[in-house]
Write a protein that binds this ligand. Structure first.
Ligand code: PLP
Length: 408
């Protein structure tokens, strides 16, 4: 840059060089500590997004920082041609969390984990002519071609030509799912708590009925726990929060919070299906690297050591009770620290555009609180699992002030 010329701002560089797949908020974040982040101008925000349910320990947690630094000094990556201790230990503890016998495959993201499940369903079902997967309206399963076919929302599919064959999206009602099951069905896949679709928990009866249906029909039941799994609901297993602890699935996908922000995904497959994807059937170069797995092991050690599952449940109840009393709030849904607050519509200020959830989110950002819109009328509150009671009070105070202003 010649002297005397101002360097472009971060927003200008994005506008010129980054493919505009996201309608990003014009906020350039520079650093974080715990539940707080600061932008490039030094303004402070309370971060109730956790990078969309990812930063389980908040920002810059010393245990995560130290584990990443220590592992980076030993081995960052080896490929899956070899064994590494961090992957072995992580697979063992993930398997234990499910409470059933099975095995784990590690990859890099939620969509990639789900792709593994689609392949598992087809590998199991193809010999019997079964290769279709049933998913629910309102669901979200990722952005690959397979996952946009699986996702039960038109907006993610539009403009990308013929959908990948073999996915049926049906209303989230037992009779609709049962009717859709046929001789070609290989699996049913659901999010026990739909996240992107507006934080909508499935009922315990529905999950149990799906389990029974799958057993009767000889098909597999998959839970996409990319958002609701691994502690976010105050339990390792997201489906426990629905009350149907006994409705154990045949496979589970994970990502997001698994390594506290370091990219990692994975899926678990219950016996007797765990060896179906044998040598040469599936793979990934980066997945389950020693660095990613060391990060994940540090996250789980910290959740256990600091009893963050209890904290997630208690802070979740605190937020649910307080947010439910605020003006314009219709309903608070979800479990633990996966909460969706549905708001009534309110009059836009001059120049304001978008859904009520988006307009409210922008007003909250201006007031110093970061949240995530979900659907048209719901904002998600997704603080880290170690958020304090005082930080929750502060978030509720900001939300209450902004909502009161929306109403006036
Ligand atoms: C339930 C669910 N499944 C899958 C995905 C996709 O995960 P990723 O963005 O890591 O591919 C998401 C992301 O929001 C999700 O919420």
């Amino acid at each position: 840059m010649p002297s005397g010329q101002l360097s472009p701002t971060t927003a200008e560089l994005y506008a010129r060089h980054v493919i505009p797949t996201y309608a990003r908020f014009p906020l350039a974040l520079a650093r974080g500590r715990g539940t707080r982040v600061w932008d490039e101008e030094g303004r402070e925000y309370l971060d109730f997004t956790s990078g969309i349910a990812v930063n389980a320990l908040g920002h810059a947690h010393p245990a995560l920082r130290d584990a990443i630094a220590a592992q980076a000094g030993e081995l960052v990556h080896t490929s899956n041609l070899f064994l590494t201790r961090p992957q072995a230990l992580l697979a063992a503890r993930l398997g234990k969390m499910t409470g059933a016998h099975g095995k784990v495959f590690l990859c890099n993201s939620g969509a990639e984990a789900n792709e593994g499940l689609y392949k598992l369903a087809r590998k199991n079902g193809t010999p019997r002519g079964r290769c279709e997967i049933i998913t629910l309206d309102g669901s979200f399963h990722g952005r690959t071609l397979g996952s946009i076919a699986a996702t039960g929302q038109i907006k993610v599919k539009l403009g990308f030509g013929p959908p990948v064959d073999g996915f049926l999206n049906v209303p989230a009602r037992l009779e609709c799912v049962a009717q859709a099951v046929g001789p070609r069905t290989a699996a049913i896949m659901v999010e026990p708590i739909q996240g992107e679709g507006g934080v909508r928990p499935l009922s315990a009866d529905f999950l149990r009925a799906l389990r029974t249906l799958c057993d009767e029909q000889g098909i597999l039941l998959f839970y996409d726990e990319v958002q609701c799994g691994l502690g976010r609901t105050g339990d390792w297993c997201g489906w426990h929060a629905t009350g149907a602890k006994d409705a154990v699935p045949d496979a589970i996908s994970w990502a997001k919070g698994i390594a506290g922000g370091f990219p990692l995904g994975g899926f678990w497959v219950r016996e007797p299906f765990a060896d179906l994807l044998g040598p040469g059937t599936h793979g990934t170069t980066y997945g389950g690297s020693p660095l990613a797995c060391a990060a994940a092991n540090a996250v789980f050690d910290t959740i256990e050591k600091e009893d963050l599952l209890t904290n997630a449940r208690e802070r979740g109840e605190q937020l649910r009770a307080a947010v439910g009393k605020l003006p314009l709030i219709r309903e608070v849904r979800g479990a633990g620290l996966l909460l969706g607050a549905e708001v009534e519509d309110f009059a836009p200020n001059q120049g304001e555009e978008g859904t009520p959830a988006l307009r409210l989110t922008k007003r909250l950002i201006s007031a110093g609180l970061l949240v995530v819109p979900a659907g048209d009328n719901t904002i998600r509150l997704l603080p880290p699992l170690n958020v304090t009671a005082a930080e929750c009070d502060e978030a509720v105070e900001i939300l209450g002030r902004v909502l009161a202003d929306c109403r006036s």
